[in-house]
Write a protein that binds this ligand. Sequence first.
Ligand code: UDP
Ligand code: MG
Length: 311
Amino acid sequence: MERKHTISVVIPLFNEEKSLEELYNRLTAVLNKIAVGYELLFVDDGSTDGSLKVLHSLREKDNCVKIISFQRNYGKSAALSEGFNVVNGDVVITIDADLQDNPDEIPELIEVLDQGADLVSGWKVNRKDPITKTLPSKIFNFVTSFVSGIKLHDFNCGLKAYKKEVVKRVVIYGELHRFIPVLAVWEGFRVSEKGVSHSERKFGRSKYGTKRFLNGFFDLMTVMFITRRSTSPLHFFGRFAVFFLAAGGLINFYFLIQWLMGKGLHVRPVMVGGMIMIVIAVQIGFFGLLAELFSSRTEKSFSFREYLIDD
Ligand code: UDP
Ligand code: MG
């Protein structure tokens, strides 16, 4: 492969002391073959084992090794986000620290970038994890793909390759790292996927249990809200408000006519329902307005293809 990229590898890790040295060796072997220059940015997410010590010893012998260490465990999204802030390479790779992802796949991912993609997501075709993880993950991927309309098999693969602009642009917090491809598409980037191999975890334990999948679905709502409501919260909430107002209004208009026609009024379930709908409409309407006011005060930013404004 022709050497044409400077490459930054971002490695989020939480208590992975036994894997780090081997990971370092395998990454170094690959990158020495393909990169013009590279950096290995290890982001220690508040490990409580000897991970940081191992990292120090790696940095001592190799100044391509860079270390960011959080005071406490903030989660994988935070680790990636901090890493993305400081990377320099024109290509950015993310890879898990637990040796489940294979560094030898990196050149092929970069090839897909060279063919025009902005983000290439790994797809663990043959995932080596217990069924308690693979099954929920299948459901998660199916639902995310269905709801977002993005045709990927594996949104949450740790191994991904990005053009630098993408990582400088997507904003991830909480556990939104699972939706990076969705957020990238929303920002106008071209996302594709490539099958990669996957290994069983050799050392340490998985940091994510099954409970993450419930959170995953809350996050899906967040992401869909961020990406679907276009620019205006009131446009989003306003629709619901109008719907409830119309439904409630019609119902009570019907009873008004009846009353005008001389039919005595007595409380009926539908009438109560209609009044509740009107109350809900007012609530949602003002909530949307409040969100709109808040949103109008937050800074707007855009992703650009070009910005040619100098003479
Ligand atoms: N990780 C992290 N912070 C956390 C949890 C995990 O940086 O709070 C790292 C972890 O060390 C690994 C990667 O994120 O490098 C993926 O985590 P894990 O292997 O536990 O997830 P799984 O492969 O089981 O889905
Ligand atoms: Mg893992």
